[in-house]
Design a protein around this ligand. Structure first.
Ligand code: DC
Length: 227
């Protein structure tokens, strides 16, 4: 694991599932030529390992012991667990639900912190998650927090799953997303919330291009894009 380069700029993008964080983060990273961190994927890999090895999702000590032995590697969309490509295996709802459970455990979050922070490298990083702006990169110069109504988010998730060839039911998705959000927003450690200095953007009625149009002046003001 590399040491973080604290001189490298970081843009954090936080918010609940289905607000368009991933798409925005990918596009900003591509536009800027920066790296991209999907921190949810890191939590998902840990959950996948726990599911595969029948580690109880509330056994914090056992989870942390297991996590310490894992080799988790994220290179853009390619996610490796001990060398195996698990990019698709981590994307189903069973894994998402398990992930939300283990992500509520303080020691699990602590065990995955340094790995996430190691992504801060030059020329810069766009980091997508729930606590990027509040905890992991608390000193980031630009913090975005995206929101959207539950219905819009469930519909987006449904489309995303369909594109991946996965079946899902809209009503069930709304329920799953609401439960997961409730856990994420109400956990004791690093709950999902906007940092005090975050720019909050409601994406319910905005296309990705419209969200980018709001963010572009912020990138120019910081000198990340030419004026
Ligand atoms: O963004 P995602 O759907 O891949 O996230 C999966 C789960 O992990 C979700 O329940 C929120 C949790 N998570 C978290 O607690 N902290 C992060 N930085 C990223 C994700």
């Amino acid at each position: 694991m590399n040491k973080p380069n604290l001189n490298a700029p970081v843009i954090t993008i936080d918010g609940p599932a289905g607000v368009g964080k991933g798409t925005l983060a990918h596009q900003l990273a591509a536009d800027l030529g920066w790296a991209f961190l999907d921190s949810g994927a890191i939590y998902r890999v840990a959950a996948l390992y726990a599911l595969r090895h029948a580690i109880p999702l509330d056994n914090e000590d056992a989870l942390v012991d297991a996590i310490r032995t894992l080799d988790i590697d994220c290179q853009q969309a390619l996610i490796l667990l001990n060398g195996e490509n698990v990019s698709e295996a981590i994307r189903n709802e069973t894994c998402a639900s398990a992930t939300s459970k283990i992500a509520a455990l303080p020691q699990v979050r602590q065990a995955l912190l340094a790995l996430q922070q190691s992504f801060q490298q030059l020329p810069g990083l766009v980091a997508d998650g729930r606590d990027m702006g509040t905890v992991v990169f608390a000193h980031a110069p630009l913090k975005l927090f995206l929101t959207a109504s539950a219905e819009v988010r469930a519909e987006r998730r449904l489309k995303q799953l369909k594109r991946q060839g996965l079946e899902a039911d809209l009503a069930q998705l709304v329920k799953d997303i609401s439960e997961r959000d409730y856990r994420d927003a109400n956990r004791a450690v690093a709950p999902l919330k906007a940092a005090a200095d975050a720019q909050v953007i409601d994406t319910s009625r905005l296309s990705v291009a419209e969200v980018k149009a709001l963010v572009t002046p912020m990138l120019r003001a910081l000198g990340y894009l030419p004026a």
